[in-house]
Design a protein around this ligand. Structure first.
Ligand code: SIN
Length: 280
């Protein structure tokens, strides 16, 4: 049976029906891989995945990252338990970003499996950085095409910025100190997707510090224009999670935002990220 592929919005995302991610043959995997490239965000409902199953699914796409700061699970260092207990104030992923753009080789894809979800709230939003690039004017494309941006983990993870609490074990997700927090890495502001050839805007408010060679005010103005443009509602899709939902997204073509609007409820997800290449 071919998979059923149902678009989630006009420009981004598809729900895929008919696949059991714990039991994939090569033919079904090839269809899923193609849908991932076509839609950039793919969603599966009603999955039952052990940690090994989720890791094995991720490894079909490539090696997995071990996050240098957010501590992975004891038996599975490549898997982060994205846990927010009821009443906890610390949040994870609550601003627009692509995962780990402060790496020299930012994560190619992320796979998030929802296990315990609030009865309402806790949705995730994605935005298409490629549709955003495509809809820039020719004049703006000329301005941004050859620029380089500087990324770092500082604003998201430096305890001098975020406070020490999550490094002291006072939040459900544990953090460890890493030298990477003091490092900066340069990436092209417009990257070309290595598999589809499409171009996309590759800056985000969580990890991008500035545009190389620009004054602070110039950099801030242009970055803010780009952030607003990428996240126009027309370029987004939104997922309402249920227990057993899996979402996989292409960090080379999207940004995402975890909505933190479920104060009185617990939310438990498991995340792995697939290693990427150096953006070009
Ligand atoms: C993330 O940013 O990877 C987490 C997304 C979410 O929890 O919805």
């Amino acid at each position: 049976m071919p998979l059923e592929i149902l678009p989630m919005s006009g420009h981004l995302g598809a729900e895929i029906r008919g696949a059991d991610l714990a039991k994939l043959d090569d033919a079904v995997f090839a269809e899923i891989h193609q849908a991932f490239l076509d839609h950039a965000v793919i969603v599966f409902r009603d999955q039952t995945l052990g940690h090994e199953d989720q890791i094995a699914f991720g490894r079909r796409f490539g090696e997995l990252d071990v996050h240098p700061i957010a501590v992975g699970m004891d038996q599975h260092p490549e898997m982060i338990r994205v846990l927010k207990p009821a009443g906890e104030r610390a949040s994870f992923g609550t601003s627009w970003h692509s995962d780990n753009t402060f790496f020299e080789k930012p994560s190619m894809a992320s796979i998030l499996y929802g296990v315990t979800l609030p009865p309402y709230g806790g949705d995730t939003l994605w935005a298409s950085t490629e549709k955003a690039y495509e809809t820039l004017s020719p004049g703006m494309k000329k301005v941004v095409d050859d620029l380089v941006a500087v990324h770092s983990a500082r604003s998201a993870y430096d305890p001098r910025v975020t406070g020490e609490a999550k490094y002291r074990g006072e939040a459900a997700i544990q953090y460890r100190h890493s030298d990477i927090i003091d490092e900066e890495v340069e990436h092209p502001l417009i990257r070309t997707h290595p598999e589809t050839g499409r171009r996309g805007i590759f800056v985000n408010p969580m990890f991008t510090l500035r545009i190389a060679g620009f004054g602070a005010a110039e950099s801030e103005a242009l970055l803010h224009f780009l952030y607003d443009h990428v996240t126009r509602p027309e370029f987004t899709c939104r997922l309402r999670w249920q227990p057993g939902t899996v979402a996989m997204w292409d960090n080379r073509a999207t940004q995402h935002y975890a909505i933190d609007d479920y104060e009185g409820f617990e939310r438990v997800m498991y995340r792995v990220t697939v290693q990427g290449d150096r953006p070009r």
